[in-house]
Write a protein that binds this ligand. Structure first.
Ligand SMILES: NC(=O)c1ccc[n+]([C@@H]2O[C@H](COP(=O)([O-])OP(=O)(O)OC[C@H]3O[C@@H](n4cnc5c(N)ncnc54)[C@H](OP(=O)(O)O)[C@@H]3O)[C@@H](O)[C@H]2O)c1
Length: 330
């Protein structure tokens, strides 16, 4: 598997990561046995950059990874996150917490659940508007000094926040949604700021939360309780408009002789060597297909054809419900 570098501090990772969130959180159809087998297969294929968060569950995702990786910790690059606040009862509070005392407690919990003495990449999941970013990042820098964390990242932050955080302690990776259907970072200064500052970029939901695979054509295709049933993009007229674009993208995949998911991932990978997508799956079958995207090279002509059918802003409907949209780009 090709390796890529995230940021200027030396973090090397597999060109494609594995998003583990859906194994225990947000999406339906969970199956621990297949999820465990998927993580093990990922290691065999060289997909060794694993993405989780304390909030996924909460806690169950890190626990699953910790148990699968027992005795195999050195084979992976482990990324986790803090900041979507988890209360003393172990449930999400719906708030964001960037206070130093809070994150010091969170990293210790993550290390315990993951069964390790260090996390390779530790992200601030969302920015807390009530805590100056320098306070949060001063404390994160101390975690690096203490050896609990090797590299630092931030998710869904605004360009100015990225700049201020990076001036406090170096950021190696910015993680933000990015796919053929969510190209905001090309327009809002996030990608440009990363490139100016030498920060790597980790697109999450690079398959558009599964939509770009072509397997979701109606909310009825989603299991009960699946988060996407509440996503504006997967509903009503927005969904119908998105399906029309999807059909055109899928026709390009067919012409190329690759699957729709492989085309979507190859497009993200083609946006630069500083980009490392983390497609999510809990099935070996999908993982194997997705890993194949690393070997798909898109010509200039093919990239142009994709640009024509899926330009910046092509998706209809917001990517999160209103309250969650308010937590982005702070
Ligand atoms: N920083 C943040 O705020 C944030 C937010 C969201 C996600 N993330 C991270 O990013 C990772 C990836 O994002 P995501 O999981 O939301 O979205 P995604 O990677 O765009 O899509 C995942 C969905 O696509 C399906 N899928 C994957 N490969 C497929 C294939 N070859 N054919 C058909 N369907 C396929 C999966 O199905 P199955 O689940 O059935 O395998 C799952 O439903 C997450 O796991 C998480 O680690 C971070």
């Amino acid at each position: 598997m090709e390796q890529r570098t995230l940021g200027s501090q030396g973090l090397r990772v597999s060109a494609l990561g594995l998003g583990c969130m859906g194994m225990t959180f947000a999406y339906g159809g969970q199956d621990d046995t297949e999820s465990r087998a998927t993580i093990e297969r990922a290691l065999e294929l060289g997909v060794t950059f694993l993405d989780t968060a304390d909030m996924y569950g909460p806690h169950t995702n890190e626990e699953l990874l910790g148990s699968v990786l027992s005795g195999r910790r050195d084979e992976v690059t482990l990324a986790t996150k803090f900041g979507n606040e988890i209360g003393a009862d172990g449930k999400g509070t719906g708030r964001v917490n960037g206070r130093p005392d809070y994150l010091r407690g969170q990293i210790d919990g993550s290390l315990r659940r993951l069964g390790t003495d260090h996390v390779d990449l530790y992200y601030q999941h969302r920015v807390d508007p009530d805590v100056p970013i320098e306070e949060t990042w001063g404390a994160l820098g101390e975690l690096v000094d203490a050896g609990k964390v090797r590299y630092l990242g931030i998710s869904e932050a605004a360009p100015e926040t990225i700049r201020r955080a990076h001036a406090t302690a170096p950021i190696s990776a910015v993680q933000t949604e990015y796919s053929l259907f969510t190209r905001d970072v090309e327009d809002d200064g996030v990608l440009a700021t990363c490139r100016e500052l030498g920060i790597g970029f980790v697109p999450y939901s690079p398959i558009g939360r599964g939509f770009l695979s072509g397997t979701i054509r109606s909310t009825d295709d989603l299991p009960e309780g699946d988060w996407r049933r509440n996503s504006p993009r997967f509903q009503g007229e927005a969904l119908q408009a998105n399906l029309r674009v999807l059909d055109e993208v899928n026709a390009l995949a067919e012409r190329k002789g690759v699957s729709p998911t492989q085309l979507a991932l190859a497009w993200v990978l083609a946006q630069g060597d500083d980009i490392v997508p983390i497609p999510g799956t809990k099935r070996r079958r999908y993982l194997e297909e997705n890993a194949g995207a690393v070997d798909v090279t898109l010509t200039g002509e093919e990239l142009g054809a994709i640009e024509e059918v899926a330009p910046v802003g092509v998706a209809s409907g917001e990517r999160y419900p209103a309250a969650a949209m308010g937590m982005l780009r702070r």
